[in-house]
Design a protein around this ligand. Sequence first.
Ligand code: PLP
Length: 240
Amino acid sequence: MHRPPTVLAIGGSDPSGGAGIQADLKAIQVHGAYGMAAIAALTVQNTLGVLSVREVEPAWLVAQVRAVLDDIPVDVIKVGMLGSPANVRALSRAIAGFRGALVVDPVGIAKGGRALQGEDTLRALQELAGRATVVTPNLEEAWAFREGVRLIKGGHGEGELLVDRLLDAQGRETARWEHPRIPSVHTHGTGCTLASALAARLACGDPLPGACSTAICYVQAQIAASSAGLGRGRGPLWQL
Ligand code: PLP
């Protein structure tokens, strides 16, 4: 038997299991790849909101990533919340020789309103994003990520019809997906889930537009399937 496709997710921990690394691992597994995780930041949060954030030291982040890369073949790296510009720079150096696909999800402000990482970190991420196979900003983050291939997620848009757009490095639209808004507040972790599902499908060999389609359809279906909620706030995708 061949080895499985593999994805290394690098990001923040959400102890309530809805977003961050915990969501990543579920989405990777569901989409047919073996998931691994290096933790760049710890958060204290639940469905009611983010209470605090603490990033790990760059040396610890790099040690985790190296331990995996030195031992296990990694097809795709998915980057989420890194927590500090120093972590972004250290990670960039640590994966400079990585030749697989790179998915960068620029985590900005949590749906509860709290900034998960500062503007300085997002600025540092722009450089890493320049090397990415695809970057997945939402509408608010898109202004800061204007180069390279981007899947711009329309979920934060106004109106009843949401549009996700895949743009090439010249800013030309190469694919678009339109879907009606699903009336649910239980959307915690949708961004992490989408980027990780996409990363897993790339690891499985799907071309980028197909991987985007699968990830978008999955998140849509999960929003509908999880609309009964879990917790007292903005519930997670169940990913069941
Ligand atoms: N916590 C962590 C660790 C994350 O990486 C993210 C997402 O990007 C969130 C929280 C935010 O989740 P949401 O805005 O979907 O509630």
